[in-house]
Design a protein around this ligand. Structure first.
Ligand SMILES: NC(=O)c1ccc[n+]([C@@H]2O[C@H](COP(=O)([O-])OP(=O)(O)OC[C@H]3O[C@@H](n4cnc5c(N)ncnc54)[C@H](O)[C@@H]3O)[C@@H](O)[C@H]2O)c1
Length: 418
């Protein structure tokens, strides 16, 4: 391994380019600047670049300006799935093509995007070798990002990381790099493949556990048990139980997507992930289950769905953010429109996509309200407020409202498993 690169990293003289400045790349670039690295961001979207510059971090649309001098390129581009749930690697491939045009001997390329095990070696490396350099001339590493946008406690700066390289020299270079950037532990694994698997396992663990409680919610709805009470009881056990919560659907760019990367990879290698597929199927069924609950609630109130006034509270896939990727709000809205409901959409984090400006406006003259996102503002809706607005039916897609007191006021309440 070239001592020159390690020396540059330690002295913070290494020139870094962050490729892709979204939820992952932008905070990383901000941290690099804060830690006094020579860093610049590169993105293909002008709005994103303009926004970065407005926020005081250097960024450009010009790949040459960003990458010609770079000793280290960090890829943070999206890894979505297609309609048929097939992984789409086009962004990783195009970012790699761009980097390969400028790749230098002894430089380091890090892939932070979530990918299937094997991608760094089998897809990224061959594209980088189009530069004319060969493995050993440069260093390649996968270091999956774990950032949880909106989480104030765990940030890009203090979250521990794992990484693995295509060879030991690569892993060591990236290990020294991240130790100089982060205030967190960095765990070096034996291969890029192992690091890729870590990230997918973390998110698949969440997906499977959420599917488990979603299935319990459906079963408890039939038996007549409140799942919130049961999870509250079970979590009093100090070991061996980790609470997960049911809801109207799993969204976001990670949990709803990453399992498909492993499913496809395993399929190509001859293994069928029945358990993971079932978890995805159960979680994907929750928006329809929520619509079933809306139909049930309105039916109990003797109101036809067709022509009913329904407030959709929340478009974001999780509380406190404006990210709508894979949000269950969309299939629920689509289904209700098909049934002829009049919808009023409100999300305080997404004023441009909302029909009204305030929660009070959203509640006025509604037959039914549906909580899709557990934003703080929605958690504070009181039974009295619901009553005052003449709302007949409450569908609590996140089980966050005071069900007993709502029912006590004669309002129909349906949660997910309660
Ligand atoms: N969002 C999260 O919470 C999160 C958390 C951990 C890991 N991840 C993973 O990180 C990766 C990035 O996710 P994100 O949420 O930041 O995505 P994002 O969509 O917010 O941002 C990606 C950016 O990359 C840019 N881009 C696309 N192709 C490019 C190219 N060829 N060259 C330069 N820029 C390009 C896009 O314009 C966009 O600004 C994904 O693999 C995701 O799974 C995301």
């Amino acid at each position: 391994m070239s001592n020159a690169l390690l020396e540059k990293i330690k002295k913070k003289e290494v020139k870094v380019c962050v490729v892709g400045l979204g939820y992952v790349g932008f905070p990383l670039l901000e941290l690099l600047i804060k830690k006094k690295f020579h860093a610049i961001g590169f993105d293909i979207d002008k709005k994103v670049v303009d926004n970065a510059i407005k926020n005081g971090v250097p960024a450009t649309l010009n790949d040459k300006e960003a990458l010609a001098d770079a000793d280290c390129a960090i890829i943070c581009v999206p890894t979505p799935v297609e309609e048929n749930h097939r992984p789409n690697l086009e962004f990783v491939e195009s970012a790699a093509e761009t980097i390969s045009k400028y790749l230098k001997r002894d430089s380091l390329v890090i892939l932070e995007s979530t990918v299937a095990p094997g991608t760094t070696e089998e897809i990224l490396l061959p594209i980088l070798e189009k530069s004319g350099l060969k493995q050993g001339d440069f260093y390649v590493v996968h270091c999956p990002e774990r950032i949880d946008p909106g989480n104030k406690e765990w940030t890009v700066q203090n979250l521990p990381r794992v990484l693995g390289g295509i060879d030991e020299e690569s892993a060591e270079a990236a290990f020294v790099f991240y130790k100089n950037v982060l205030d967190a532990d960095v765990v070096k694994l034996s291969s890029a493949k192992a690091a890729e698997a870590v990230k997918i396992v973390e998110n698949t663990f969440r997906d499977i556990n959420i599917a488990f409680v979603n299935e319990l919610a459906k079963s408890f709805d039939e038996i007549g048990i409140d799942i919130s009470e049961v999870i509250g009881g079970a979590r009093s056990k100090p070991f061996g139980f980790m609470p997960h919560y049911p809801g109207c659907g799993v969204g976001g760019h990670c949990i709803a997507i990453d399992p498909y990367y492993l499913i496809e990879k395993a399929e190509k290698s001859g293994f069928n992930h029945r358990f993971l597929k079932l978890a995805r199927e159960i979680n994907n069924s929750m928006p329809k289950y929520t619509v079933k609950k809306i139909n049930k609630g309105l039916n109990m109130a003797k109101i036809a769905v067709n022509g009913s006034n329904i407030a959709i509270l929340g478009l974001a896939y999780k509380p406190g953010v404006e990210d709508t990727r894979e949000s269950p709000a969309f299939p629920i809205i689509q289904e209700l429109k098909k049934w002829g409901a009049n919808l009023t959409i409100y999300d305080p984090y997404l004023p441009d996509l909302s029909d009204v400006k305030t929660l009070d406006d959203a509640l006025r003259n509604m037959d039914c309200i549906v909580i899709i996102t557990a934003h703080e503002e929605f958690k504070r809706i009181t039974p009295e407020k619901i009553k005052e607005n003449g709302i007949k039916v409450v569908i609590d897609g996140r089980n966050v409202l005071d069900s007993n007191n709502i029912k006590r006021l004669g309002i129909i309440y349906e949660g997910i498993g309660r």
